[in-house]
Design a protein around this ligand. Structure first.
Ligand SMILES: Cc1cc2nc3c(=O)[nH]c(=O)nc-3n(C[C@H](O)[C@H](O)[C@H](O)COP(=O)(O)OP(=O)(O)OC[C@H]3O[C@@H](n4cnc5c(N)ncnc54)[C@H](O)[C@@H]3O)c2cc1C
Length: 443
């Protein structure tokens, strides 16, 4: 449906971008999905978010809500519908330096947050990428570089402001609309448009960040040595282990260990030392830097189809290591990354939020790369290694998935959590206005 600017601006006084506008392409760029909405609405404040939602209800078109646009399943856009793009609401305010209380507009990116906090030596553990949005990452979880010290991004959340489907503006926290606050932390996009987040940031003077590459011969030995090293590590240390395919002619597969120690000096050196001795490193880079400098940039490779899946392992057992090692002989271009959890992440009681699988030692994701013209059958065949390794785990993390099916929802939320969410959905969004997501059906 073609929409005219006049018809939209009669009811929505904020900024609008239409397909003919020069800003449209940048505003609608999305990871992982075709993107051609009929119009983009760019509210600058909470009142304009409410007005945008009233317009969406009136037009009856599909809705997508966009913060940073990094949903691997392309959920921040649609074809022929409306997008509420929150990028104009991106202020980052330090409300209380002593308490580390920070209010963040829902359209800010984690790079903006880290830069604002840098001069105050404060940081919020979020993810690994600057351009990822605060909205999507936080409402789904947020496994970042200090996840073992401070938990998920959503564990550091103190309150949110949101606009519900019927246009109400609510504040949710442990003290106000506490059931909604429980649900927002893990299933956020289902209950409204969150306009701002209040986080508790932590004092982090420096971090020590290590990149260590190993040849993949003897992968099983490398993985068991990594397991031993991370199990013995302090909570200040968060680490990942990635299996990388060759990138281009002449390159070889590699194992990459990344680690971030929240601190510096000899303690950091001592904690990182075991990770440098998993085998004979082919490359090492270890530096003491500001937390903001740990965050990197990420762009999807052009012209490829990418299938992203993930799984939680209660423990990195010998059987899991053997299964991962066995996939080496199977064809296909893919990255497997294991992220070490536990610590503060694991201490949060299961009932505290709608995020499940706290009792996991590892979250592993698989990013599978296929040529642009690969058929569904090619993709199915190429996912065989994933089927083998994922058979040993359970559940799924909402933020590392390139699909958003009912089966995904069933994996993300255990049955009781899903039921509790569905009841709440009936109170806050009975008509399922917010359904362009990992949808909870009202019941
Ligand atoms: C390069 C890259 C690196 C990543 N690294 C990490 C990482 O280190 N750790 C990690 O945990 N995850 C990581 N992720 C996954 C990331 O957390 C998710 O893709 C997340 O959903 C992105 O958030 P966004 O705001 O950028 O996305 P968007 O696509 O804008 O939003 C994602 C979903 O959240 C909903 N949403 C967003 N904002 C709001 C809001 N304010 N109110 C209501 N609903 C909202 C959207 O409607 C959509 O359904 C990474 C992803 C990419 C592409």
């Amino acid at each position: 449906m073609a929409l005219s600017r006049e018809s939209l601006t009669q009811q929505f006084s904020g900024e609008v971008a239409l397909p003919e506008d020069s800003t449209y392409a940048e505003l609608t760029f999305a990871f992982g999905a075709p993107s051609a909405p009929a119009a983009v609405l760019l509210p600058k404040d909470t009142a304009e978010v409410a007005a945008a939602l009233a317009l969406v209800r009136q037009l009856g078109l599909p809705l997508a809500v966009r913060s940073g646009g990094h949903s691997n399943a392309g959920l921040s856009t649609n074809v022929g519908g409306l997008v509420i793009n929150l990028s104009r609401m991106n202020t980052v305010e330090l409300i209380d330096t002593e308490q580390g209380l920070v209010r963040v507009g829902a359209g800010a990116t984690w790079g903006q947050v880290a830069e604002t906090l840098r001069p105050h030596q404060l940081a919020i553990s979020s993810g690994d990428t600057r351009s990822v949005g605060v909205g999507g990452l936080t409402l789904g979880g947020g496994i970042g570089w200090m996840v073992r010290k401070y938990g998920l991004a959503l564990d550091q959340l103190q309150a949110v402001e949101l606009v519900t489907a019927d246009g109400r503006v609510l504040r949710a926290s442990r003290a106000e609309h506490s059931e909604l606050f429980w649900a927002l932390r893990g299933a956020g996009g289902n209950f409204g448009v969150v306009t701002s987040f209040e986080f508790e940031a932590h004092r982090v003077e420096k971090v020590t960040y290590a990149t260590i590459m190993y040849p993949v011969d003897g992968l099983a030995g490398l993985l068991s040595a990594w397991r031993q090293a991370v199990r013995a590590s302090r909570e200040e240390l968060s680490s990942s282990f990635s299996l990388l395919p060759p990138f281009g002619e002449g390159d070889v597969p590699k194992a990459m260990v990344l680690a971030c120690y929240a601190g510096g000096g000899t303690e950091a050196e001592a904690q990182l030392a075991p990770l440098r001795q998993l085998g004979t490193p082919m490359f090492e880079d270890i530096k003491e830097i500001d937390y903001a400098d740990v965050l990197e940039e990420g762009q999807p490779p052009e012209g490829m189809q990418i299938v992203v899946k993930n799984i939680f392992y209660p423990a990195l057992t010998d059987e899991v290591i053997a299964a991962i090692t066995a996939t080496q002989s199977q064809p296909g271009m893919r990255i497997f990354q294991l992220r070490h959890l536990g610590g503060a992440y694991g201490r949060v009681p299961a009932e505290e939020s709608a995020f499940a699988f706290r009792d996991s030692e590892i979250m592993m994701f698989g990013a599978h790369f296929f040529p642009g013209d690969a058929t569904p059958a090619d993709i199915e065949a190429g996912l065989q290694p994933w089927r083998e390794v994922s058979a040993l785990g359970r559940g799924s993390y909402i933020n590392f998935l390139s699909t958003a099916t009912a089966e995904d929802v069933a994996l993300i939320y255990p049955h009781e959590t899903r039921q509790r969410l569905a009841q709440l959905k009936r109170s806050y969004d009975p008509d399922n206005l917010f359904r362009g997501n990992y949808n909870i059906i009202p019941s």
